[in-house]
Design a protein around this ligand. Structure first.
Ligand SMILES: Nc1nc2c(ncn2[C@@H]2O[C@H](COP(=O)(O)OP(=O)(O)OP(=O)(O)O)[C@@H](O)[C@H]2O)c(=O)[nH]1
Length: 569
């Protein structure tokens, strides 16, 4: 029994519906559905090819599907940084509530914004930041209409990603050297960040020198020298015989002599912000006239980091922050607070002890990471896809009007091909490992056989399959052109008509109409759904219902003419 996966665009993410199919293998050609929200039950029509009784058959399935808005997405590898899991979960709960709304109002925003507020506070985002964020997002979001296909919560998601603005890169001095002064409390990762930054800049063909001005912690100079050797970046140090300010002055003149592009100044850390520390930094700033002053903060300090950035900025004036140790189990509050509180951007993030574990900070990526890596991207992608939905709905209309022709079929098979090999795609779909590679290969082969015959048709024949029913010579020509037998061509054309007939019957059923021969199926289905066990009048057995549906499926009650069993050509 092959499992069948049908991919449908389900609003916020691709949902997969798996259904059992008796045929040996079914290759769904996703032909049409409409995006649904979590509460929707949709009628879903798809057609595909399957190997039935040893023959290649075009199939059709119509199901009432309960579209669960699951986060499972085919192929969307959602890698969420552990560091934001808690925050992500909280925010996702808020999105779930918002998704049900078409337009955001003060009323329907209340509860989700309360969830977002709670999630941010639990993630250790500073309270003023949370208050300002919630208010600003609410004001901006309320009243937003639904951009065609993009639900307000997706806009809200974009607002969050805008929260950090654009990435801000290093500013270089007009006249080299560019001086970067690194400040921060003890143990936050300043010295390590100096090494990482030097390597980052070296990779950008910038020559660097590091100044070891931390004369208070003996190992600090040794640590910087070691890092310098590791990355072949020169280090200027004068032991602890000179004051930090003097070392800075000498180091800078050395750099100018050597025509170095960038000077990175490592400074001493303190256990807390103190007057002495601040005065020393101010004196170094006067001597060095740095282009950048980065405060190195530890992500683990959460909202404390924001307060620190604000304090340093007031005293010394900062140009940005480097957020280190994001690979730890920080809750992400620092990343969301710094910009909002200090107005200064995070320029880099450190995610490990290795020298390569430093990358520029991209607020939008951080937002998508916080909200579940990939969800934001797929939300926005879905918005684009939803635009394509019209095309799918156009196709579905043709299906329902039984005007589905070989051009449509080709369009669908090519779309499937664009999505990657069926085998490659199915492996992303949970539970699809039940479909054996042999079945997948068979189905893909069948599809190729069909495509070869369709490609041998003229555009008129594809658009008007009736031409093929009246002319054995046309069928012969297609068989010769595609290297298939005439019987295969006849089988393909016959199946297309049978599929049209089934669709016509199903369309009637979906529109609440009566399909000859099925007049009491509807009532049986309803009663079987409504009546409590044992009270319903004798209902058709499952087999009888299935027989009836099969009869419909084989177009048993369709008008006479081409395509019915009797007229296999
Ligand atoms: N996991 C992790 N560890 C880091 C990161 N950055 C630095 N560390 C570690 O944090 C510790 C302190 O790093 P340092 O660079 O010595 O800190 P510092 O601010 O220079 O410390 P002081 O010189 O005492 O002021 C070291 O063990 C580093 O390996 C990071 O991004 N992730």
């Amino acid at each position: 029994m092959a499992m069948v996966a049908t991919l449908t665009n389900c609003g916020a993410g691709a949902c997969m519906m798996l259904s059992q199919r008796t045929s040996s293998s079914w290759l769904p050609l996703f032909l049409g559905s409409r995006s649904c929200s979590s509460r929707d039950v949709i009628g879903f029509v798809d057609a595909g090819v399957f190997q039935g009784d040893g023959r290649l058959r075009l199939g059709l399935s119509w199901r009432l599907l309960h579209c669960n808005q699951s986060k499972r997405k085919m192929g969307a590898l959602s890698i969420r940084a552990a560091v934001f899991d808690q925050l992500s979960t909280g925010l996702e709960e808020a999105w779930t509530k918002l998704r049900r709304e078409d337009v955001l109002t003060r009323e329907n925003m209340k509860e989700p914004m309360r969830d977002i507020r709670r999630a941010l506070l639990e993630a250790d985002v500073s309270l003023p930041v949370v208050r300002r964020f919630v208010n600003s997002v609410s004001e901006k979001a309320i009243g937003t209409g639904v951009i065609r296909g993009v639900k307000p919560d997706q806009q809200l998601v974009k607002l969050v990603s805008l929260m950090g603005g654009d990435a801000v890169s290093i500013e270089f001095a007009k006249v080299p050297p560019t001086v970067i002064l690194m400040a921060g409390l003890q143990g936050v990762g300043k010295t390590t960040a100096c090494g990482k930054l030097a390597l980052f800049l070296k990779k950008k063909d910038k020559s660097c020198i590091m100044l070891a001005t931390d004369v208070y912690r003996p190992a600090a100079i040794e640590q910087l020298v070691t890092l310098g050797k590791q990355m072949e970046v020169p280090v200027f140090e004068a032991g602890n015989q000179l004051s930090p300010v003097e070392i800075a002055r000498k180091g800078l003149s050395e750099a100018k002599k050597k025509g170095v592009d960038v000077v990175i100044v490592d400074t001493a850390g303190r256990l807390q912000v103190d007057k002495g520390m601040m005065n020393e930094l101010k004196q170094m700033k006067q001597v060095l006239n740095p282009t950048e002053i980065f405060l190195v903060v530890d992500a683990m300090t959460g909202q404390e980091a924001a307060a620190l950035v604000a304090a340093f900025n007031l005293e010394v004036g900062l140009t940005g922050a480097i957020l280190t140790k994001l690979d730890g189990d920080s809750r992400g509050g620092a990343a969301l607070s710094i910009k909002e509180v200090s107005g200064k951007p995070i320029k880099f993030i450190g995610e490990g002890e290795s020298m390569t574990a430093l990358e520029p900070f991209y607020p939008d990526r951080m937002a998508s990471r916080i909200l579940g890596m990939g969800d934001i991207l797929s939300f926005v992608e879905k918005a684009q896809e939803v635009m394509m939905q019209e095309e799918a709905e156009e196709m579905q209309k043709k299906i329902m009007e039984a005007k589905f022709d070989f051009n449509d079929f080709l369009k669908q098979t090519r779309m499937m091909a664009r999505m990657g090999s069926m085998g490659g795609m199915l492996k992303f779909i949970p539970g699809m490992n039940k479909v054996s590679p042999l079945q997948i290969r068979e189905a893909e082969k069948s599809l190729k056989v069909m495509e070869s015959m369709i490609n041998s048709m003229t555009p008129e024949e594809r658009a008007d399959p009736e031409l093929l029913t009246k002319s054995p010579s046309r069928r012969r020509r297609i068989a010769l052109g595609s290297g298939r037998t005439q019987e295969q061509v006849s089988q393909l054309v016959s199946q297309l008509f049978q599929m049209r007939a089934r669709m016509k019957n199903l369309a009637t059923l979906m529109q609440g109409g009566k399909v000859p021969g099925l007049d009491n199926l509807d009532e049986s289905l309803r009663s079987s759904q409504k009546a409590p066990p044992g009270t319903a009048k004798r209902r058709r057995t499952k087999t009888e219902l299935q027989k009836l549906l099969t009869k419909v499926g084989q177009g048993g009650s369709v008008a006479k003419g081409f395509g019915s069993k009797r007229e296999v050509i």
